[in-house]
Design a protein around this ligand. Structure first.
Ligand code: NAD
Length: 249
């Protein structure tokens, strides 16, 4: 085992109020691409426009067409070893909460019970007029089969919007406050698969460090926090999670 992985495991052993912050990199091994890689969404301006709040209001049909592929990928995905590691750490009383930038619902699917989804989720949606909530899966399968173009509220007949935070939108207040409190109270923050450049989520490691917590980062690329981290590991999460799961079985 790499020395850095051993150091990270020993920090986990000593900690009892762990908070994990996950980004798109925790789900790439589940087959959901991140956005920053070559050919990723950040290079496609039309797609970014369609998936913005103004794009949704102007053209909900275009939004649903543009998000269909991402939704199908997400709904087929299964949690990874790293998702399972976080469930295990919660089960043995070490982990207080998961804060995720992801919209794929895989932490819930793995069995984590305290998850702050600071960028929302694709799994549920709500009526843009009366706010009534719903599951998105059956709507997307009707769109996929060509029977539906835009899901409408049965009461108000206005478009239903998935509960994802779109470009130009604010973060959900409750999830964000929960995430900040979790960061303030943790003794170790584990950052899994985040470039730590998307704000305000990238403020959370700074909050944890300022309260005296240790910081472990596992990411394929370097991040702006690597030099401040207690341990920064440049590796695939699947490899790290395999070693860590073996240590906490
Ligand atoms: P990001 O800023 O969270 O960056 C992802 C990081 O993960 C990259 O630095 C990459 O090097 C790293 N990574 C990729 N695969 C890895 C692996 N197997 N092991 C370790 N590290 C790995 O995410 P982004 O792609 O820039 O996306 C920005 C935002 O878009 C996210 O914060 C999220 O809200 C959303 N998004 C969500 C999903 C999802 O729900 N699964 C997918 C793509 C994007």
């Amino acid at each position: 085992m790499m020395a850095d992985t051993e150091r990270a495991i020993s920090l986990i052993r000593k900690s009892n109020r762990i908070v994990a912050l996950s980004g798109a990199g925790i789900s790439t091994e589940a087959g959901i691409p991140d956005f920053r890689g070559p050919g990723g969404m950040w290079e496609n301006n039309d797609l970014l426009q369609q998936l913005s709040a103004s794009g949704f209001s102007r053209n909900p049909e275009g939004f649903y067409r543009a998000s269909l592929e991402l939704f199908s990928t997400i709904s087929r995905a299964e949690p990874t070893l790293a998702h399972r590691l976080l469930v295990r750490l919660e089960q043995i009383g070490k982990l207080d909460a998961v804060v995720t930038q992801n919209i794929d619902g895989l932490h819930h699917a793995a069995g984590s019970t305290k998850v702050y989804e600071v960028h929302g989720t694709f799994r549920t949606g709500h009526c843009t007029k009366c706010g009534t909530g719903c599951e998105m899966a059956s709507y997307y399968s009707e769109i996929e089969s060509g029977r539906l173009r835009v899901p409408l509220c049965s009461e108000c007949a206005v478009p239903i919007k998935p509960d994802v935070v779109l470009f130009e939108e604010l973060l959900p207040v409750d999830a964000w406050q929960g995430a900040v409190e979790a960061a303030e109270n943790c003794d170790l923050m584990l950052v899994f698969g985040s470039s730590l450049v998307v704000y305000p989520a990238a403020e959370l490691p700074m909050i944890a460090l300022s309260k005296g917590a240790s910081l472990v980062i596992v990411n394929l690329e370097s991040t702006p926090y690597d030099s401040a981290a207690t341990v920064a590991i440049r590796a695939k999460l699947g490899e790290f999670a395999k070693s860590a799961l073996a240590a906490f079985l």
